[in-house]
Design a protein around this ligand. Structure first.
Ligand code: G3P
Ligand code: CA
Length: 489
């Protein structure tokens, strides 16, 4: 062994320990192979599953460099990975040039440090190559939303560490039962990116996703949802026609159980001038057994039947056998069944029909001394009608009772200007009311109640227009729209 002076010996030993590859300078090495064999990665660390490129140089030891050029080119450079103390082959290539590239995928199970090396192999001989240790890192996605309000711009400040330039990041919205990308950004030279969108008028769930990329599995943040900027009021249409036979006391009780803050019913006159709660004005066939009880009069309108006759009709069986025996109620019975909290929207149906002639007088009498007056005094009633002339006259006669103008077509500015002096509310068809219509109503000091809201899509339409109230067959359904269930991540 050649003995060197101590400082020089220490330097050589340090070089042997720190070099990425065991390197012993050959006594007569070719100039092109005097450098240490290298094994380099395209990046300083690796994510489980990630595909990277490795660049490997030819062995530099004397054994290899002293080979003939032809044998050097016949040598296979084998890429190996250290597994449980042993070297396991990963890939191999002929050394046609002094440098080769390996496409390498880290195992999904990789943790800690990946140790790789190359060795040259030729006819049973082995030549030491390069060696590389790569820290295995978990990539982390985090995202902080800004304000999460319906009908506003939502933005998610997102970071993905460690950086992988080119990896896309998407903002997804949960729509119709599936996650849908609404915005995508691609990471550039920094780990941070903002993904955002315009939130719809109804609450929705969002999440941020870094889709599977370059062998790395997808990363997903926990869903978060927007919150309604303004929750509309609920009016149970026909006292909740979707869940009980319309306008019966059973429906009123169900609307109370559903905590409907208000209910809407239609009022007409019986032959003996009682205020009865029933919708159809042509006849009673649709919602009663009038064809069985009064077969000769089944095509006649309600105003031809006395209250005693009306009370013989079954108004529940048509909806479901469980409601057999429900009766058409009077206005007083409905008010009594409502209890002491809910509001009432009383639609005066077809006041110009002969059978309903004088209904204004009966209502005036009720307001003066009946339960309707108590309701009005408590501010819990709105009277509505499609008959605008009748409604204006009623409003003029009873300025303390709020009225709502029922309309199918969206109201024009001229309509609103005409109604504004005597009406407190406008009740447009939900399908046609736009946001600017609702704003135009509000700008004249009136509020809007849209009808008839049944499906989730109907509710979303009402939220989009910004109507103040929804008149709905399903009063409990608003909760589904206001607080949609958290989707699976
Ligand atoms: O209040 C609106 C709504 O009741 C109008 O339609 O036919 O159900 O009385 P209709
Ligand atoms: Ca009605």
């Amino acid at each position: 062994m050649v003995l060197l002076p101590r400082p020089l010996m220490a330097g050589v030993l340090a070089l042997l320990v720190s070099a990425p590859v065991a390197f012993i300078a050959p006594a007569t090495a070719e100039p092109s192979t005097r450098q240490a064999a290298v094994l380099r990665a395209s990046q300083p660390d690796i994510i489980p599953g990630e595909r990277i490129t490795l660049v490997a140089g030819a062995p530099t030891g004397a054994g290899y460099t002293s080979l003939s050029r032809a044998d050097r080119r016949r040598t296979r450079l084998v890429l190996q990975r250290r597994v449980d103390g042993a070297w396991v082959k990963v890939a191999a290539q002929r050394l046609r040039t002094t440098r080769v590239r390996f496409a390498y995928s880290a195992p999904r199970s990789a943790r800690g440090t990946l140790t790789l090396r190359t060795v040259g192999k030729l006819r049973g001989r082995t030549f030491r190559g390069g060696r590389l240790s790569l820290p295995v890192v978990a990539q982390r996605l985090s995202s902080e939303p800004g304000a999460l309000t319906t009908r506003s711009s939502v933005a998610f400040a997102t970071t993905l560490t460690p950086l992988r330039a080119g990896r896309p990041v998407s903002l997804q919205e949960h729509r119709d039962g599936a996650w849908t990308a609404v915005a995508t950004r691609t990471l550039g030279s920094t780990i941070a990116v903002v993904v955002g969108t315009q939130a719809p008028a109804h609450p929705v769930w969002y999440r941020v996703v870094a889709p599977a990329w370059n062998g790395v599995p997808a990363l997903t943040t926990a869903p978060v949802r927007t919150t309604l900027d303004r929750v509309p009021g609920v009016v149970a249409h026909r006292a909740g026609a979707g869940v009980a036979p319309e306008q019966t006391l059973a429906a009123v009780q169900r609307a109370r159980a559903d905590a409907a803050p208000a209910m809407e019913v239609d009022v007409q006159l019986s032959a003996d001038r009682e205020l009865v709660i029933v919708h159809d004005h042509l006849n009673l066939k649709r919602t009663t057994d009038v064809e069985t009880v009064f077969p000769d009069r089944s095509s006649d309108p309600v105003g031809t039947f006395t209250l005693a006759e009306i009370k013989q009709l079954d108004a529940g069986s048509w909806f479901s056998p469980e409601f057999a025996g429900e009766r058409i109620p009077t206005l007083d019975e409905v008010i009594a069944a409502m209890g002491g909290e809910a509001g009432l929207v009383l639609e005066v149906k077809e006041p110009a029909l002969p059978g309903n002639a004088g209904i204004a007088d009966e209502l005036a009498a009720e307001l003066a001394s009946g339960p309707l007056g108590d309701l009005a005094a408590a501010g819990r009633i709105t009277v509505s009608s499609f008959d605008h002339g009748w409604l204006e006259a009623f409003a003029t006669a009873h300025p303390d009772v709020p009225v709502g103008v029922l309309t199918v077509a969206p109201p024009s500015a001229a309509d609103l200007d005409a109604w504004q002096p005597w009406a407190e509310e406008v009740h447009p068809n939900n399908l046609f009311l736009t946001r600017s219509d609702a704003d135009a109503i509000r700008s004249r000091g009136m509020t809007s109640s849209v009808w008839t809201v049944r499906t989730v899509a109907d509710f979303r339409l009402a939220l989009a227009s910004g109507a103040d109230r929804v008149i709905t067959d399903f009063p409990a359904r608003l909760a589904e729209v206001v607080d949609p269930p958290r989707p699976a991540a």
